[in-house]
Write a protein that binds this ligand. Structure first.
Ligand code: F3S
Length: 291
């Protein structure tokens, strides 16, 4: 029986960079003595967050509506902004309250912040294709300098009317579905909007999904490793389930209760963007040794 890992699996560039930033700060902590916080969990993976907590890194609850008051009064401390980014007002508030603010926003997300900031100044209404409750979208919204609307479905795109006449700048959440984005672009074109369309979907998501689909199509059993709150991991599970009837979704090795059907030739493994390498290796080794 063969065990194969999908071509792209686990941490994406932006998440790896953010976690590396936390470890760099931890290394400096002996000198600076500063308490380290992350604004919201650095990654949607409880294992990683727990490990950092054991090293003294505390999480400020930025998730609940990105509440700025959560950081009030905490001075002489370092706060790390995670890959999703935060609204401009939140970053400014942190800086004004004397916190050392380290921005680990993924450069691909930062690019969207710059696009929407400029678009508003140039008189465009910004439309973000994405999930309005997602922190990344909250962050993007918070860098807009003019009218902004978040739409998630083709139906919402059909019902949309621009406030500012026809000048519309359309961007997407980095993890938005590509086909859905294309449909929204077509709906906007039919409406005749003088659009500035920027596809800001991140390749890491597409690549990971394509690799998962390819592997699931040939595998007899598929294992998807990811945090239960991680939407990209859940998406991988959906894709793999569509190709392979025996697909398991696990957070850690403890969740894996494998019942392999007879005559299994290939077990495929993939992992969401927030899953650390050591966890992937652990699962891989377990399946290799025990089956
Ligand atoms: Fe950045 Fe793409 Fe990851 S936007 S955080 S590299 S999924």
């Amino acid at each position: 029986m063969e065990v194969k890992l999908a071509e792209c699996a686990g941490f994406c560039f932006g998440v790896k960079r953010a976690i590396d930033t936390v470890y760099e700060q931890l290394a400096k902590q002996a000198e600076t003595g500063k308490q380290i916080y992350t604004y919201g969990p650095i990654v949607h993976n409880e294992e990683v967050v727990r490990e950092l907590e054991q090293k003294g890194v505390q999480v400020i609850d930025g998730e609940a509506g990105l509440d700025v008051s959560a950081i009030d009064g905490k001075t002489q401390r370092t706060v790390i902004i995670r890959a999703h980014g935060v609204p401009r007002a939140v970053q400014e508030k942190m800086e004004q309250s004397g916190l050392e603010c380290i921005d680990a926003t993924c450069p691909f997300v930062k690019r969207i912040h710059r696009i929407v900031e400029k678009a508003g100044k140039d008189g465009y209404e910004v439309v973000i294709a994405g999930n309005p409750g997602h922190p990344e979208v909250e962050g993007i919204r918070g860098w807009c300098t003019g009218p902004v609307k978040v739409i998630e479905t083709e139906e919402e795109a059909g019902n949309f009317t621009a406030e500012n006449g026809e000048k519309v700048c359309l961007v997407s959440q980095t993890t938005f579905n590509y086909n859905k984005f294309q449909s929204i672009v077509e709906i906007f074109q039919k409406k005749g909007y003088n659009g500035n369309v920027v596809n800001t979907i991140c390749n890491a998501t597409e690549e990971r999904q394509r690799a998962a689909r390819d592997l699931a199509a040939e595998a007899d059993v598929m294992i998807v490793i990811g945090g239960k709150n991680s939407s990209n991991s859940r998406k991988l599970y959906e894709i793999c389930s569509g190709e392979c009837a025996h697909t398991y979704f696990i957070q850690t090795l403890d969740d894996l209760h494998l019942e392999l059907p007879k005559a299994v030739r290939l077990v495929g493994i993939t992992a969401g963007a927030s899953t650390p390498n050591n966890l992937i290796e652990e699962v891989q080794n377990y399946v290799r040794i025990n089956f």
